[in-house]
Design a protein around this ligand. Structure first.
Ligand code: FES
Length: 137
């Protein structure tokens, strides 16, 4: 899996998203609660663009009349028919065993880290002795 630099973090505002074309696929990156999540921008039901999905909370009810919200903004509600997906892994809440949105790993790295990169050329000690340059291999 190749790494692709898609944007500066400031280009995707908190609570927002942005779509990027990566290797022929539309991938939508969401910025929620200080984290970034990347999903294929296509609902597995009938193909709605997930960039238009509502970012909602998980709602649970320990007893009648009482409800609790958690993971605010981390669930996607498809704009066409309302199926819901977990932004962290693309899992469907409608049919978790069979339906899933493709999700992709996301990393945030500083420009300095990217500039350095993991690319290190092999180097060899060099000495100058009298008029001769000597390389050790
Ligand atoms: S297209 Fe997403 S729920 Fe139908």
């Amino acid at each position: 899996m190749a790494r692709h630099i898609v944007a500066r973090t400031s280009e995707i505002p908190p609570g927002g998203n942005k779509v990027f074309g990566v290797e022929g696929r539309d991938i939508v990156v969401f910025h929620v609660n200080g984290e970034f999540f990347a999903l294929l921008n296509r609902c597995p039901h009938e193909g709605a663009p997930l960039e238009k999905a509502a970012c909602v909370a998980r709602l649970t009810s320990p007893e009648p009349g009482v409800y609790q919200r958690s993971r605010v903004g981390e669930l996607l509600r498809c704009p066409w028919h309302g199926w819901e997906f977990d932004m962290r892994n693309g899992q469907s809440y409608f049919d978790p065993k069979r339906v899933k949105v493709r999700s992709y790993p996301v990393a945030v790295e500083s420009g300095e880290e990217l500039q350095k990169g993991p690319y290190v050329a092999e180097t060899f000690p060099v000495h100058v002795e009298d008029n001769y340059v000597i390389v050790e291999v």
